[in-house]
Design a protein around this ligand. Structure first.
Ligand code: HEC
Length: 117
């Protein structure tokens, strides 16, 4: 199930990422509302004030779209699939539609994390 990734890539290539579905525009707000930013920074996009991840800590998600697809992210956030033998610390408390929008946004993130301040 890679079609969301392909849609995102197609939008980016077409240069019309600003016309992404409206739900995606709310994804950064949901990221904060559901407390994702309590553990994760998205430093390249100016999200989160936690210190840049130490080894073994919650990863910075600035380039998560280069290593995960939407299907994995949704399954992982529902604690249905594991990463390196571990399930995600938090089970996503919102709706499937919100999780789908969040995952659709996360897979577009592809910038190198900002250097630690
Ligand atoms: C209590 C801390 C905590 C919270 C809150 C949290 N996470 Fe995580 N998250 C982690 C940790 C720790 C990992 C690394 C998992 C591992 O390596 O086993 C992780 C991993 C991830 C990954 C995979 C990253 C990668 O490099 O592949 C994604 C995507 C993710 N989280 C998204 C979210 C989203 C979206 C939310 C909000 C709904 C959220 N997280 C809330 C701790 C947290």
């Amino acid at each position: 199930m890679h079609h969301l990734t392909r849609i995102a890539a197609g939008l980016a290539v077409a240069g019309c990422i600003t016309h992404a579905p409206a739900a995606w525009a709310q994804a950064p707000e949901a990221f904060s509302r559901y407390g994702c930013d309590g553990c994760h920074t998205v430093s390249a996009y100016g999200i989160g004030t936690a210190p840049t991840a130490d080894a073994g800590g919650p990863p910075d998600l600035s380039d998560v779209g280069t290593r995960r697809d939407a299907a994995f992210i949704q399954g992982f956030l529902k604690k249905q699939v594991a990463l390196d033998g571990r399930k995600h610390m938090l089970r996503f408390p919102g709706s499937d539609a919100e999780l789908s929008a969040l995952a659709g946004w996360l897979v577009t993130l592809d910038r190198p994390p900002a250097p630690a301040p």
